[in-house]
Design a protein around this ligand. Structure first.
Ligand SMILES: Cc1cc2nc3c(=O)[nH]c(=O)nc-3n(C[C@H](O)[C@H](O)[C@H](O)COP(=O)(O)O)c2cc1C
Length: 454
């Protein structure tokens, strides 16, 4: 079979997409606190045979800029944040095949809890669930969870590695054929239910885990770290990797380097899909697409960028002069290393300023991600170029307005990609793993690997 694109819809359980101005767009619907809003999007995505809808998440409002929430609330910059796992279930009830993923933090949650929530969702949604593993980004999240400060970057990943050992251990507690369901005999085979008994530097978790396996074994694992430490983590654990690539050339190099890192970690690179985030703006003619783009660009305000950069770097950008360079010490403390490194590289400055961070990152505007703008044909040309380069295995489609962005992608771009044989015309199976072309893992393989490693 031809290599097929993986298409992922980037969703937020909030008042805007990851583009803050999207809530101000004239055709955005504002019923984001209702299940209908999310179910409408889910049905559209399933019509388009999109493999996965995925929610990002943060465990705090973005209130680092100016040290108060007034700016974020007033401007509606991610001013609402609901728990995405609950919304995922509402979307799952309105669809049959669409994969559904969400973000949960390894820094602020407990592994047993996360393992149980995701295993249960994966059963209720019949093997369609994915988990985006994040280590979280800022002190506002720490303060919401009773901690004085956010944990240091590499220590967060060390904790995340151990978190994964616990979650995977619990998910592999029940062998695939452990359930017997013989009313006259045994319910399940005790020899096929393995207690974890984990004791480590960060966690103790005994088990046995109380949720049997799902039709896809366990949820698909997503990760998006781009620092050296983040990539090492992703190469070891992730099956779907979200990235931000600055341009096609950088994308080609980083894609090849990451696939090599996966192979070096002893895994099959074809079982790990890489998908950069992008915006798609499509119209019946080039002029129409450009007119749509102008409306989207007009919806951005300068405060959007400052609020969102402060949030992810864990630093108040309002406390610094716009053209004042950051010191080495300040830069070292920034939370999202991959973000910082991109700005250093593409500004060409060892000590960039606030302006450099705003302009190079494009955060808070559509310039943050690649923008594929034009007619269905020219948008498909651009996506095809990235895909065959290869600089990716698919794309994370971010929304400029809701639900119109997803509707445009599904009604206008998907048919053109299908016509070219680049995207599936039908779902390949019922589970997310089948639809991503990922192997279904067996619990016994996990136990054998662990024994061999001991
Ligand atoms: C497409 C995409 C989605 C992301 N979603 C989230 C998210 O929902 N929550 C979060 O805390 N971080 C999110 N991140 C940030 C990463 O998970 C990660 O924290 C960040 O890349 C910092 O890691 P690094 O220092 O290894 O680069 C996302 C990144 C990308 C590229």
């Amino acid at each position: 079979m031809n290599r097929m694109m993986t298409l992922v819809a980037f969703l937020q359980a909030q008042n805007c997409s990851n583009l803050p101005g999207s809530w101000r767009h004239p055709s955005t619907m504002l019923d984001f606190t209702t299940p209908e809003y999310y179910q409408r999007i889910a049905r559209t995505l399933e019509d388009g045979k999109i493999q996965l809808a995925f929610f990002d998440d943060r465990l705090a409002l973005p209130d680092l800029y100016t040290g108060h929430h007034a700016e974020a609330i007033g401007a509606g910059v991610r001013a609402v944040k609901m728990d995405p796992s609950t919304i995922l279930m509402a979307m799952g009830m309105a669809t049959q095949k669409l994969g559904l993923g969400t973000t949960y933090s390894t820094t602020y949650y407990e592994p047993y809890h996360v393992a149980r929530v995701f295993a249960t969702m994966d059963l209720m949604l019949k093997g369609r669930v994915a988990w985006n593993i994040v280590t979280s980004l800022n002190s506002a999240e720490a303060l919401n969870f009773g901690q004085a400060s956010h944990m240091e970057h590499d220590a967060r990943y060390d904790r995340a590695d151990e978190f994964m050992e616990v979650v995977m251990g619990h998910w592999n507690t029940w062998e695939d054929d452990a359930l017997i369901l013989d009313k006259a005999g045994q319910f399940a085979d005790p020899a096929k239910v393995h207690r974890l008994d984990h004791v480590g530097a960060n966690f103790k978790s005994r088990g046995p885990f109380s949720v049997p396996r799902s039709p896809q074994g366990h949820p698909v694992l997503i990760q998006a770290g781009q620092s050296g430490r983040g990539q090492a983590f992703a190469a070891h654990w992730a099956e779907l990797v979200f990235v931000i690539y600055h341009n096609l050339e950088a994308g080609k190099q980083q894609y090849a380097a990451f696939k090599n890192a996966v192979a070096a970690a002893g895994r099959d690179p074809s079982q790990v899909h890489i998908a950069p985030a992008c915006y798609v703006i499509v119209g019946g003619s080039e002029d129409e697409a450009q007119a749509k783009r102008a409306i989207i660009e007009e919806s951005a305000r300068p405060v959007d960028a400052l609020v969102l950069i402060s949030e992810v770097l864990n630093y108040d950008f309002g406390a610094k002069g716009y053209d004042e360079p950051f010191s080495d010490e300040e830069l070292a403390g920034f939370s999202w290393h991959g973000f910082r490194e991109r700005v250093v590289q593409f500004s060409g400055k060892k000590n960039p300023t606030v302006r450099d961070f705003v302009e190079v990152s494009g955060r808070g505007t559509i310039a943050e991600h690649m923008v594929f703008c034009g007619t269905p044909k020219s948008v498909a040309d651009q996506m095809e170029e990235w895909f065959v380069a290869p600089a990716c295995d698919g794309f994370v489609l971010a929304a400029t307005h809701m639900p119109g962005s997803y509707e445009d992608a599904v009604r206008l771009v998907v048919p053109e990609l299908q016509r070219r044989g680049l995207f599936q015309r039908e779902y390949r199976g019922n589970t997310l793993r089948e639809n991503l072309g990922l192997d279904i893992p067996r619990a016994t393989d996990w136990h054998q690997k662990r024994k061999a490693a001991q």
